[in-house]
Write a protein that binds this ligand. Structure first.
Ligand SMILES: Cc1cc2nc3c(=O)[nH]c(=O)nc-3n(C[C@H](O)[C@H](O)[C@H](O)COP(=O)(O)O)c2cc1C
Ligand SMILES: CC(C)CC(=O)C(=O)O
Length: 403
């Protein structure tokens, strides 16, 4: 058994990976990556929700051959899991998103790239090769910048755009505020630069303190019709949030802009009502997400929101989920509750902080192995066999209910 697992003996679980990563990161980075918004209760509930379910294993089923792969964006993905878009990965390791892309390519796992990456989308696409990659988008009212970004993404072979819809306003992250989070001077957010603009952008990352803005003017018109263009440079505080986003105007526009070349997904759906609107507006897929508990604190854990979304969508479009996934059995449970695929955020950042590309591979290998193990021990040999028949829900008094 252990021969099958060329693992790092110091790090056999995602929780150990988190501990190793913690000592590799400076305080500002560790806090930025790990914290949730406000009291962090939604962040914690994302994790705890998985413990409300138990697996009903079936036996004597010949599990000598287990196929953990699924099809996503026309590609075979080694496991039903991808790497969620997370911003500014060079804070964790000098290779940043490039290391993540190389690890994803090696492991045959889809990668989401944040538009606030510290590496260009072209470099990531090149490092990721034929492996599917999707671009996460924060859509500004001012369209110039997004038009250029989408054109670049199409040219670089991105399969889909994940429009993040849970950030009309940025959640309050108290540690980030207390630490006066600032991107170090040697890093930049190159997807916001005009191509060919190689001027260092370091000074422009400080919250609202820079003097210039590259790329086009972002901003929005407020409810009183006043034009609001955030002052200072493009920073995530001033430019990730767009309170004016709406289904009618923005989804239709984005679909047109992406044409047949890139799918349009919405990331950050948490209710049946919005899932129905997503179907109605013709999006290609949904990611049930609360941004890893970094936006609306007090929102439902994603695993708890998943069933109503799945029921509303009725299989018309794929439903993915992220938030709190730290074990192979978590992936199994999410799939049993109807998700087609899951994404992980922080564990990859911890892998990156621990050992760069090798650490991300380790993270993905640990989870791949745990998924295979969960499937085999539950008596399942193919991902699409995983269903709610394999799950029970257990309440606080210990009452066990079939689903
Ligand atoms: C440090 C950090 C940065 C993130 N940056 C982005 C981002 O740029 N765009 C986005 O849509 N989501 C972003 N997310 C949210 C993730 O895509 C994902 O929804 C979340 O991390 C999943 O939860 P998990 O970390 O518990 O796996 C970020 C999350 C973290 C932790
Ligand atoms: C606001 C972004 C730039 C990054 C993000 O989504 C996050 O930190 O959660």
């Amino acid at each position: 058994m252990s021969e099958r697992l060329p693992h790092d003996l110091n790090c056999l679980t995602i929780s150990e990976l988190q501990k190793h990563a913690a000592v590799m990161m400076d305080k500002q980075t560790r806090d930025y990556y790990n914290e949730g918004s406000d009291s962090g209760s939604t962040l914690q509930e994302n994790l705890d929700a998985y413990a409300k379910y138990r697996i009903r294993p079936r036996v004597l089923r010949d599990v000598s051959k287990i196929d953990t792969s699924v099809n996503i964006f026309g590609h075979k993905n080694a496991i039903p899991l991808g790497v969620a878009p997370t911003a500014m990965q060079r804070l964790a390791h000098s290779d940043g998103e490039l290391a993540t892309a190389r690890a994803c390519k090696k492991m045959g796992i889809a990668m989401g790239l944040s538009s606030f990456a510290t590496t260009t989308l072209e470099d990531v696409a090149e490092a990721n090769g034929e492996n599917p990659h999707v671009l996460q988008l924060y859509l500004f009212e001012e369209r110039d910048h997004s038009v250029k970004l989408l054109k670049r993404a199409k040219e670089a072979g991105y399969k889909a755009v994940f429009l993040t819809v849970d950030t009309p306003i940025l959640g309050r992250r108290n540690l980030e505020i207390r630490n006066q989070f600032k991107l170090p001077a040697h890093l930049k957010i190159p997807n916001f630069e005009e191509q060919g603009d190689k001027k260092p952008e370091a000074e422009a990352e400080q919250r609202g303190q820079g003097k210039t803005r590259r790329g086009s003017e972002a901003g929005y018109t407020d409810s009183e019709g006043k034009r609001v263009v955030p002052t200072g440079p493009i920073t995530f505080h001033s430019h990730a949030a767009n309170p004016t986003l709406s289904w009618e105007r923005d989804i239709e526009w984005l679909k047109k802009e992406c044409g047949n070349e890139m799918q349009v997904w919405v990331k950050g759906i948490a209710t049946a009502e919005d899932a129905l609107l997503a179907v109605h507006h013709g999006v290609d897929g949904i990611v049930v997400s609360n941004h890893g508990g970094r936006q609306l604190n007090g929102a439902l854990a994603t695993l708890d929101a998943l069933p109503e979304v799945v029921a509303a969508v009725q299989g018309k479009i794929p439903v993915h989920v992220d938030g709190g996934i730290r074990h192979g059995t978590d992936v199994f449970k999410a799939l049993a509750l109807g998700a087609d695929f899951v994404w992980i955020g922080r564990p990859v950042l911890w892998g990156l902080a621990y050992k760069g590309q090798e650490g991300v591979e380790l993270c993905l290998r640990l989870l791949s192995d745990e998924i295979r193990l969960a499937m085999g021990l539950a008596g399942v040999t193919k991902v699409d066999e995983i269903s709610k028949e394999y799950l029970v829900k257990i309440d606080k008094s210990g009452f066990v209910a079939r689903l």
